[in-house]
Design a protein around this ligand. Structure first.
Ligand SMILES: [Zn+2]
Length: 193
């Protein structure tokens, strides 16, 4: 019980405000070494979810608050200056502009395959910029890692060039501030801003 309280207090008062922190435990494994599917690390008695969060970097005021009795995870300050992306162009060329429903969706916004490089760059730049500012939404945490949603505001093209679209791009937090792309289009943002 006292250990639980100490853990909570350390994380509220130990590190100030909206700085980046890295979460570490004693395991040598993380979501990347597990190839995207975290499992219990029996050699260090670390549970799968703590393995999934090991070495991940978040703003201290916008980080996963998963912890448990005897949790050995600790957050320490981390200097994050650039966000690395694990985001192959094929997510755009072989999925966004090829999957039947996604392709249709892009077409409705006025975009086609000839815009692939532009769409790739705008999704990538937006994700890097917004993550650095802490402008991201935490999604579910499971053995596939901590999901992170980043909203993209994008004007359409051709007859839709004056229309602003807002949709989520879906990522998983990988070690040391790297974002692994799950989907370039993770659904529309319901108007609420
Ligand atoms: Zn754990």
């Amino acid at each position: 019980m006292f250990e639980d309280i100490k853990w909570i207090l350390d994380n509220i008062f130990g590190i100030n405000g909206d700085k980046f922190v890295i979460r570490k435990n004693v395991s040598k494994e993380n979501i990347e070494t597990c190839n995207g599917i975290a499992v219990d690390d029996d050699t260090t008695n670390t549970c799968a979810l703590c393995v999934a969060l090991n070495d991940t970097v978040f703003k201290n005021n916008n980080k996963p608050e998963y912890y448990h009795r005897n949790c050995k995870c600790q957050n320490t300050k981390y200097e994050l200056t650039t966000v690395k992306l694990d985001f192959p162009i094929s997510k755009i060329t072989k999925y966004l502009f090829q999957d039947k429903s996604k392709k249709e969706l892009m077409k409705n916004m006025g975009y086609d395959i000839s815009d692939a490089d532009f769409i790739y760059k705008i999704i990538a730049d937006n994700a890097k910029d917004k993550f650095l500012k802490g402008d991201y939404l935490l999604g579910v945490l499971n053995c596939n890692g901590q999901k992170v949603n980043i909203i993209l505001e994008l004007y359409g093209k051709k007859d839709k060039k004056n229309k602003l679209y807002r949709f989520k791009t879906g990522w998983t937090a990988y070690p040391n501030g790297c974002l692994h792309n799950n989907t370039p289009f993770g659904g529309w943002v319901k108007e609420q801003k």
